[in-house]
Design a protein around this ligand. Structure first.
Ligand SMILES: C[S@@+](CC[C@H](N)C(=O)[O-])C[C@H]1O[C@@H](n2cnc3c(N)ncnc32)[C@H](O)[C@@H]1O
Length: 209
């Protein structure tokens, strides 16, 4: 399915970006060749910028795959920061471990394998930023679980919230309706101030008040 941002604009913005380093470039090529759904450079840059703007030091990532978004976040939090990587696949985690080491940020990444929602519950403390990119049927539950774990002024960021535009139509599809519910929650409470950025497939940025 297409992204919500047109291919032309996506290409234009990506061309404006500085070249990524060898590791991120290799990951982008691998994701492209093997159809691994990573956030890509435009959204990676948003994640990095949001982490820097909010002064994030402690980050929990839900659905990390081969660690592409993890590396963008890890480079933003500095050497004293901590990123909790989580993914249900041991194979993904093994690949991520190698990329994260090569990217020079292994000292600040904790790799956890299992259900990201359970891992979040099991990991103590509050977070400056939680990034959510798990299977979409879990989005409403992620909103409820993640919000209390974020400090005031911290961020909940969720990918794919425009879902190739399918969110605009009433839908019986389980993933589409779950994303629609997530978006209603994100705009429907005074606990957060939410903006959806229509880059790639839509990124929701919710500031906890
Ligand atoms: C879209 S990919 C993540 C891409 C990654 N955020 C990036 O941009 O580099 C989604 C990943 O989440 C994992 N996943 C989906 N639901 C999960 C869950 N409930 N718990 C743990 N991992 C999950 C899948 O194994 C998959 O690797």
């Amino acid at each position: 399915m297409p992204n919500v941002l047109s291919e032309a604009l996506d290409g234009y913005l990506t061309d404006l970006m500085p070249e990524r380093d060898e590791v991120l470039t290799e990951m982008e090529e691998k994701a492209n060749a093997e159809r691994i759904p990573i956030v890509g450079p435009l959204v990676g840059r948003v994640l990095h910028q949001m982490a820097v703007l909010s002064g994030a030091r402690r980050v929990f990532e839900m659905g990390s795959a081969i660690g592409y978004s993890t590396i963008w976040l890890a480079r933003a939090v500095g050497p004293e920061g901590r990123i909790y990587y989580s993914d249900g696949s041991e194979q993904n985690a093994n690949q991520a471990r190698r990329f994260i080491e090569r990217a020079g940020v292994a000292d600040r990444v904790v790799i956890q394998v299992g259900d990201a929602l359970e891992l979040l519950e099991q990991t103590e403390g509050s977070f400056d930023l939680i990034f959510n990119d798990v299977d979409k049927h879990d989005y409403p539950r992620v909103f409820d679980l993640a919000l209390p774990r974020i400090r005031r002024g911290g961020l909940l960021i969720t990918d794919n919230v425009l879902w190739s535009g399918r969110v605009t139509q009433p839908s019986d599809d389980r993933w589409t309706s779950a994303i629609q519910e997530y978006n209603r929650k994100a705009y429907g409470t005074d606990e957060v101030w939410t903006t959806i950025i229509p880059l790639r497939d839509g990124v929701a940025v919710s500031l906890k008040r």
